[in-house]
Ligand binder design. Structure first.
Ligand code: Z5A
Length: 218
């Protein structure tokens, strides 16, 4: 069985970290080696990105991409070792936060993501969709980006949904307001299906592609 590259995305407080941790533990219980990771990843870049308030949007983009380039190198190693990689935010967050929400050119951000990742893409992205107010209420502690105005977070939510529509084979949109046991069940059923279907390991250009057909919203 090939290692899977799985990401969780969504607005602040959507439940990504909660479900990513649960999935990692569930896989561990099944004896399936995995690496639970997150972005921004490199501790010094994370601190600059989330705590400094004077970054211009271009500077913010470049730092997120630099972080991703370093992180992706480690993700590739883990996948090559046969570990399923579960990542709490990845390239879609840059597309949505720096593109859709900050207003940088989306196609250009897409190309920059491609450059930073060398084309590595998750085989599945769980988009936890929740109304912005619910996410922000759940999450009391805000970093610099989380503290943006509501309209910013609305653009983030809309951006994620637009990307999910654009790539229905990779995204599985989950209603993040559902109770956690329901969400765990949906994720586990999907991961089990992915594991039993023919999913490719990173190909030469690094893309993890799924051979089975598309997914809708749940
Ligand atoms: N960012 C960017 O701009 N560009 C990029 O390229 C990348 C990131 C990679 C990272 O912040 C910030 O960087 C982020 C985007 C930006 N800023 N914002 N906004 P972070 O890593 O510190 O935090 P986060 O990624 O935004 O995650 P979060 O705020 O911690 O939210 P979460 O992981 O989705 O939520 P959670 O911690 O799992 O759950 C929150 C609470 O809700 C918790 O008490 C849970 O018990 C509860 N919860 C979770 N699920 C449920 C359900 N289903 N029902 C009820 N309660 C629930």
């Amino acid at each position: 069985m090939d290692a899977l590259f799985i990401t969780f995305e969504g607005v602040e407080g959507a439940g990504k970290t909660t479900l990513a941790r649960w999935l990692s533990e569930r896989l561990r219980q099944e004896g399936i080696p995995n690496w639970l990771t997150y972005e921004p990843w490199e501790p010094r870049l994370r601190e600059v990105l989330l705590e400094h308030s004077d970054l211009r949007r271009e500077e913010e983009l470049l730092l997120f991409l630099a972080d991703r380039a370093i992180h992706t190198r480690h993700i590739r190693v883990a996948l090559a070792e046969g570990k399923t990689v579960i990542c709490d935010r990845y390239a879609d967050s840059t597309l949505v936060y720096q593109g859709y929400a900050r207003g940088l050119d989306i196609d250009w951000v897409r190309q920059m993501n491609q450059f930073a990742t060398g084309g590595l893409q998750p085989v599945r992205t769980y988009l936890l969709d929740v109304p912005v107010e619910i996410g922000l209420t759940r999450q009391r502690e805000r970093n610099r980006i989380g503290a943006e105005e509501i309209a910013f977070h609305e653009r983030v939510r809309a951006g994620f949904l637009a990307e999910a529509q654009r790539e229905p084979q990779r995204f599985l949109v989950l209603d993040g307001t559902r109770p956690l046991p329901d969400l765990r069940e949906l994720v586990w059923a999907d991961v089990s299906r992915l594991r039993s279907s023919s999913v490719s390991v990173p190909s030469q250009n690094g893309a993890c592609a799924e051979s089975s057909s598309g997914k809708g919203a749940v």
